[in-house]
Design a protein around this ligand. Sequence first.
Ligand SMILES: *Cc1c(COP(=O)(O)O)cnc(C)c1O
Length: 427
Amino acid sequence: MKWNRSHRLFKKALELIPGGVNSPVRAFKAVGGNPIFIERAKGSKIYDVDGNEYIDYVLSWGPMILGHSNPRVVKALKSAIEKGTSYGAPTAIETELAGLVNKAYPSMEKIRMVNSGTEAAMSAIRTARGFTKRDKIIKFEGCYHGHADGLLVKAGSGATTFGVPDSHGVPKSYAKNTITLPFNDIDTFRKTVVAGWREIACVILEPVVGNIGCVLPRPGFLEALRKITLKHGIVLIFDEVMTGFRVSFGGAQAYYGIKPDMTCLGKVIGGGLPVGAYGGKKEIMSLVAPEGPVYQAGTLSGNPLAMTAGIETLRILSKKGTYDKLSKRMQQLEEGLKDASKKAGIKTRFYRAGTMFCTYFTGSDVYDYTTAKRSDTGLFARFFINILRQGINMAPSQFEAGFISTAHTIKDIDKTVSSVYKVMAEL
Ligand SMILES: *Cc1c(COP(=O)(O)O)cnc(C)c1O
């Protein structure tokens, strides 16, 4: 496999764009080497500028659950584009998409559309602070909620101390209001809340942590969060930007049967266009401007092209049998991958939730950030580059989730599994 054109384009990009990319994970930094530049994508396949074809398990980092350029979504977009691309005034389709979201996520009684997951999480937290009139927030180690200042924070020394900035440019005074705790640790959470609830506005989490691979909540963890937050008047926010429409049609909240106060969505609801949304209980969301005093706005929010792609995607997804089919494919991939690593003698742990998954290169269980970090990233890096050479596009980091789409065929899965075995056997 040759990547000459990709390498040339990357060199040029490096001169004008920081790191040559518009989002850091695309740069292959975690695995070494240069990123491949993409020319087009269709169904389960993605094609680079050197003419190489890959079966795609990145799927734009989650959104493309129908595969790339789904014909129905493309058709809807073509007819929408003829009517103009942005008006800055209300349209019927914004309410239509809100209705589809509300039907799948009844906990989102009122919904505001934004342009990204980052905006959704940032705005949900502002609203929760406005509602509770408290300043501090709790997040969990390894969970990602976009790049807002107060969220780029890691745990300080000692699990219950206030956070320290995880990026230059984040003032210590912002990080001070963020408490970072270990995921799946009910005791630490309870102690922290009992000691400080009077100042804690909200708890935000990925109910399945996709941003360190795929870490599942232990039985009872989400239930405990729900019970303890209710008791102390703390707003529980599920960041379902990744898990939404992936863990199930109704997200992790439907799958695990937990009703959060607020929810953030993104990725799949935009069908490949830039969309985010946040919503929740009426009494909380009624505080958002212009109905209430919590300010939040967006020139392109509710954009007609983005709404159209979202509506068409959700309509297709809501058809009976879609998730059964996805689940069957996923199970096939799970069994194949587990089998391949076993036969190749590579120690791995595989986890999945609906259509997101991760194979960790470790022989021990993964249930939080610390245990995920025990993975052999050197081994993963070699696996990654060799599997790419076989025409399989996986995320260029051990700590990212993989995804499948309705466009992935049995043939795709079979080819993937045999390639994984071949590569692992030579590691
Ligand atoms: C991707 C992601 C975000 C950020 O969304 P962007 O659209 O990239 O801003 C936030 N939260 C979670 C859980 C995500 O996976």
